[in-house]
Design a protein around this ligand. Structure first.
Ligand code: TRP
Length: 348
């Protein structure tokens, strides 16, 4: 069996450091491991429209932003096919057939979708497109016969749904589709990076994100303004590190080399945490280290992003070529699906 990756992001905003540690970094490592036969990275504009259908300008503008974020992080169009979902019409056709294999009750049970519906306050005006996006996501994955899907933790219910549809399809029509599995980050702090304000998740609407494209000044301002442990008032007070976003970010980003370079009085993060927990270590010192770590991590990404941003037509050309290739692959799967479903009437 071939090893094939498919993953993607909705173009609803620029990508932030939560996307980076949650999935992007891993994708680049997998891409460069040479263990995969094919890698597809999709900009999920059709899915983004399921809850932004009234704002196509936003989705359109963010296609460029997400593509630049991908290139900046090291997703290499020579090794990975980067494409735009809406330009692979075969995905829509597959979605239509998969709809038969899922019940309304099942879609309503999806915990990620349930939370999103609540947060977006759809109420009775819930668009069908939004409720059914996990089915379309199954089409995205199966069209490329992907077996590995590197995603954030919130996407696990989508993968579960995809596996169910694949099993149901293969059971009814014969072995055709490949069951995918999710690949999550190994570092627990990377699973769901909190916002700079300590909220559970980074989100554009909460204004608590550090973006991959942020300037050095913006990064510094955001790090210095981060929420820490509210009970750590005086430097001498014992502090909490496990629910403290500054330490969670250090968990996700810092290495022993960072300590050697910026704060040699500690050999590593555990020593620094122990000091904070017993008292005597101020937040300022923690934030200064974190700022150095974030600057060092994000600077090369920002520089590469600025380079790619100088030639936007080349970025669109890359997406166009990627989409054409993706379309040819999806068309192949679609014809296998139609044959399995016995609707290949005019095939010779
Ligand atoms: N739902 C994903 C997100 O919000 C984007 C996505 C669409 C996706 N189709 C996919 C991810 C297929 C993995 C596989 O980020």
């Amino acid at each position: 069996m071939k090893n094939i990756i498919l993953t993607g992001d909705r173009p609803t905003g620029k990508l932030h450091i939560g996307h980076y540690v949650g999935s992007l970094k891993r994708r680049v490592e997998l891409q460069n491991s040479d263990k995969f036969d094919e890698i597809y990275v999709m900009i999920a504009d059709a899915q983004a429209l399921t809850d932004n259908f009234d704002n196509p300008d936003k989705v359109r503008a963010n296609i460029t932003e997400v593509a630049l974020d991908y290139l900046a992080c090291g997703i290499d169009p020579k090794k990975s096919t980067i494409f735009v979902q809406s330009h692979v019409a075969e995905l829509t056709e597959l979605t239509f057939y998969y709809m038969n294999l899922v019940t309304l009750a099942r879609l309503e049970r999806n915990p990620t979708v349930k939370t999103e519906i609540r947060q977006k306050g759809f109420g009775a005006s819930l668009p069908m497109g939004f409720l059914t996006y996990p089915v379309s996501q199954t089409a995205d994955i199966t069209a490329f016969k992907a077996n590995v899907v590197p995603v954030g933790e919130d996407q696990l219910p989508m993968l579960e749904q995809a596996r169910e549809i694949v099993r149901s399809f293969n059971g009814l029509y014969g072995e055709t589709l490949v069951e995918p599995k999710a690949v999550l980050p190994e570092n627990k702090s990377c699973l769901r990076l909190p916002g700079t304000d300590g909220m559970a998740k980074m989100s554009k609407s909460l204004g608590n994100c550090i973006y991959l494209s942020d300037s050095a000044d913006e990064i510094k301002r955001k790090v210095m303004g981060m929420y820490t442990d509210p009970n750590h008032v005086k430097v001498t007070d014992p502090g909490n590190t496990s629910e403290n976003p500054t330490f969670i970010y250090l968990d996700a980003f810092s290495t022993d080399e960072h300590f050697a370079k910026y704060l040699p009085e500690y050999a590593n993060l555990s020593e620094m945490k122990a000091h904070y927990e017993r008292g005597g270590l101020g937040d300022m010192k923690v934030k200064k280290l974190l700022n150095n770590v974030m600057q060092e991590t994000l600077e090369p990404i920002r520089i590469r992003r600025e380079e790619f941003a100088k030639d936007i037509p080349a970025v669109w050309e890359m997406l166009k070529q990627g989409s054409e290739y993706a379309k040819s692959v999806a068309a192949q799967t679609l014809s296998e699906v139609k044959r399995a479903m016995k609707i290949n009437y005019f095939e010779k």
